[in-house]
Design a protein around this ligand. Structure first.
Ligand SMILES: Cc1cc2nc3c(=O)[nH]c(=O)nc-3n(C[C@H](O)[C@H](O)[C@H](O)COP(=O)(O)OP(=O)(O)OC[C@H]3O[C@@H](n4cnc5c(N)ncnc54)[C@H](O)[C@@H]3O)c2cc1C
Length: 473
């Protein structure tokens, strides 16, 4: 490497995910000389092929559900609602395109040097970039941040490479709305797609290896999710082990074979069995950056890698695989790159599974709390008890909260029901503030909102009821 050809900058960001792009813009605005390299997704995975397009489509699925429910609520929409695939695709694309355009402008306005290209380490803190326009650049950062994310994993099943399957990225091209579809993997991504496609009118079969969906949730919560999906027409099959996949000739059905020899078929197969860190082709050895056994960049609680002044953030660093976790990694890095001392330990990372209705989670599950040896109390209400849910004709679901019996502190919650993803933030803030459950129970919350249900939820700990409680109306 000829050192004269190497450009030296204050900050080099490899991969423009949520943490990387936020840090690059922040430091560029602060006057640092910043280069950020992004392979092909301006704005990162979330806005191009993950959270944003999927939630745009969940929005469409919910519009469909609302249209079905309209008659019950006194609105005549004059016929059966149906999906217009071209317009569905355009809706999703317009949301994504708008955000990509906004990011281009934000990047330019920040003053960073945004490079569209693929980076690979060739020495300590130094990458070679193959730009999209065919040039080559070598850049060395005083500080370097690796934020290359994850990509869909493909399980080792006989025939899968030839079967023209969909993954979470290719399914979003919306080439067709199949009449029948198999979804392999009952984690968050598989459940979201199963719910969405079933609402669009596809007959979905959801195949899950473990004995419950959403393996890290409490079994009672996972069972309710399975019931909701079943109610949407999804054929949920648990404890099934796929061994082989084949596509029948002439782009016929995809057939999945199980260990016991049984088969199931559908027009398409969506594989959603986890994500693989993007580290294999990064040249990390040349940079002195170690990876874990699973291929994630090894980091300490400050997000430092094994190489001096090289940091990692987001999915690739093994952080919880959510955009908001990556965004928090940005805040940690911003502090640590400017003389601070921020750590990832003990952080509370909530998440929402965007089924209809959604499952929102924060803190410990009941099983996790008991496994820690705590004495716990469990509060539970049916969503049907919440007046707002009644007004919306959307009464499906159950809320559950776990409270420490010795300290009265809220340890966690699983809220399954309308707008749970919004309501869970209230519980999270209460947890962050160290509130006792009765302070939430007794807070005066706006009526009629879904959040008001928190009064009812925590009230059940002191006033157990046979009948579902009801707030005043
Ligand atoms: C279908 C789906 C739905 C999801 N829904 C949600 C949701 O609703 N809410 C939520 O919080 N999370 C959701 N997630 C997870 C979320 O998308 C990820 O956790 C998040 O995008 C990770 O961001 P990141 O900062 O790790 O990097 P990413 O956003 O993954 O960015 C990494 C970037 O690095 C680039 N890159 C890789 N290698 C190189 C290289 N050699 N050179 C240059 N650039 C490179 C990639 O092109 C990519 O743009 C979803 C994920 C999927 C798959």
């Amino acid at each position: 490497m000829d050192d004269r050809n190497v450009e030296d900058v204050d900050l080099l960001v490899v991969g423009g995910g949520k943490a990387g792009k936020s840090l690059a813009m922040d430091r560029a605005k602060a006057g640092w000389n910043v280069v950020m390299v992004e392979r092909d997704k301006i704005g990162g995975t979330c806005i191009n092929v993950a959270c944003i397009p999927t939630k745009a489509l969940v929005g469409s699925a919910r519009a469909m559900t609302a249209a079905h429910r309209a008659a019950e609520m006194g609105v005549d929409i004059g016929g059966e609602p149906s999906i217009a695939l071209d317009r569905l695709r355009r809706h999703k694309e317009s949301v994504v395109d708008g955000m990509v355009a906004a990011h281009k402008k934000l990047f330019a306005d920040s003053g960073m040097d945004f490079v569209l290209g693929t980076a690979r380490f060739i020495a300590e803190r130094t990458v070679e970039i193959r730009t999209s326009s065919g040039d080559t650049r070598m850049v060395r950062g005083r500080d370097v941040v690796i934020n290359t994310g994850t990509t869909p994993s493909q399980p080792q099943l006989d025939g899968i490479a030839q079967a023209q399957i969909w993954n979470s990225e290719t399914v979003l091209r919306l080439e067709r709305l199949p009449e029948t579809m198999l979804v392999l993997g009952g984690g968050y991504i598989g459940c979201e797609f199963a719910s969405m496609f079933a609402t669009f009118g596809t007959r979905v079969t959801l195949l899950q290896g473990p004995g419950q969906l959403l393996a890290r949730e409490d079994p009672d919560v996972a069972e309710q999710v399975a019931d909701i999906l079943t109610g949407q027409g999804v054929d949920v099959r648990l404890g099934v082990r796929a061994t082989a996949v084949r596509r029948e000739p002439g782009h016929g059905d995809v057939v999945v074979t199980f260990r016991d020899g049984l088969e199931v078929r559908g027009q398409e197969l969506l594989v959603a069995t986890g994500r693989t860190p993007v580290t294999a082709d990064l040249g990390l050895k040349a940079a002195g950056v170690a990876v874990t056994d699973q291929g994630f960049v090894a980091v300490d609680d400050h997000l430092r890698t094994t190489a001096e002044q090289v940091w990692a953030a987001g999915d690739v660093a093994g952080s919880p695989q959510f955009t908001h976790a990556s965004w928090h990694d940005f805040r940690i890095l911003r502090a640590n790159l400017t003389g601070g001392d921020a750590v990832t330990t003990g952080r509370l990372v909530p998440y929402t599974v965007f089924l209809t209705p959604e499952l929102a989670r924060v803190g410990l599950t009941e099983a996790e709390a008991r496994a820690q040896g705590r004495r716990v109390r469990v509060a539970r209400i049916p969503v049907a008890a919440i007046p707002r849910a009644k007004t919306l004709h959307d009464t499906v679901g159950t809320w559950k909260a776990v409270v420490d019996a010795d300290t009265d502190q809220i340890l966690g919650a699983a809220l399954l029901g309308h707008s749970s993803g919004e309501v869970v933030s209230t519980i999270q803030v209460a947890m962050l503030g160290g509130l006792r459950y009765h302070q939430v129970r007794d807070a005066i919350l706006t009526h009629p909102t879904m959040s008001e249900g928190l009064n009812l939820l925590f009230d059940t700990l002191d006033h157990p009821v046979r009948q579902p409680p009801s707030a005043t109306s």
